[in-house]
Design a protein around this ligand. Sequence first.
Ligand SMILES: NC(=O)c1ccc[n+]([C@@H]2O[C@H](COP(=O)([O-])OP(=O)(O)OC[C@H]3O[C@@H](n4cnc5c(N)ncnc54)[C@H](OP(=O)(O)O)[C@@H]3O)[C@@H](O)[C@H]2O)c1
Length: 306
Amino acid sequence: MRAFVKPSSDSDQCELTEVAAPQIDADELLVRVKAVGVGIHDSYFLPGDAKYPYPIGIEAAGVVEEVGDSVRGHRPGDRIAFISSMQPKGGTWAEFAAVRADSLVVPVPPALDFVEAAAVPVAGNTALRAVEALQAVPSGGSLFIAGGSGAIGTLAIQVARARGWRVAASASEHNHDHMREFGAETAVDYRDPAWPDRIRTWMPGGVDAAIAVPPGTSGETLTVVRDGGALVSVSGDAVTPERGVHVQVVPHESDVRAELVRLMAEISRKEKRVVIEEVFPFGEAPAALAKVRTRRARGKVVLRVL
Ligand SMILES: NC(=O)c1ccc[n+]([C@@H]2O[C@H](COP(=O)([O-])OP(=O)(O)OC[C@H]3O[C@@H](n4cnc5c(N)ncnc54)[C@H](OP(=O)(O)O)[C@@H]3O)[C@@H](O)[C@H]2O)c1
């Protein structure tokens, strides 16, 4: 099969090559990959026991080709989207992937195409877990999202609005109408030094909660959270809590599989939208990764494999 691989543990290259398709174990699915969601960590999220050449990538959508002997609940022909990370046999930048059946695997509704489906698992899972961590915020409460125009931010705005929260979000000005389309009431430009004042004008005393997506945004975001409120740092910034604000990273232990299945269904019914910045042919995967690395992508970057 064709795959983008890291050829050896000491290489920082990623090259397109022919490798053997993975053989599955009893607890795995063999998936024919149709589309891949591209993430900033794809080229260095590797397990210690990786087998080289190692196909990189952690999320995709495709069709189940084979099912391991002990797997229940999946059949050849199923359309699925999934996160499969840190697996020694390799990841998703490949025509086939071996996926543990107990990893985050969700059905792709018939009306949803694979490109859209591949854009959802990581961004959806992260947005849902970040919102879930703020469940103490009541309907009518207020949320600020730093980085509201990215893949995670646009989904988080929609999930928060569905909870009845009022939302403000930051991005540069050309993305403000875009964030408003998803339900942000107030949009601020993170390059404007007065943006925290604008949020405090919108919500005197500060917002009930905040989600800081881009790295390095949590410290300034903390200043617009009310005393005793809550902040989730998606990129894991180190911040010193103050004024009784509860600061946390996205909790990895929370299980939002059911919510992710619902989100997929809502997207397929066009009740929610996953934003795709650009779809690249599989052979142009390095350009897709370069685009994500600019941290300017409006939504998700996806590779079309077949
Ligand atoms: N904790 C987890 O489980 C987890 C999982 C997945 C990803 N992540 C992290 O999430 C991040 C990726 O998020 P993403 O996919 O939504 O993409 P992203 O690359 O963070 O989003 C890009 C968007 O953010 C805006 N932006 C850039 N810098 C900003 C700033 N300083 N303040 C406000 N907005 C800014 C850009 O808008 P403009 O063009 O308008 O500037 C662009 O539209 C990565 O840092 C990754 O490490 C964490």
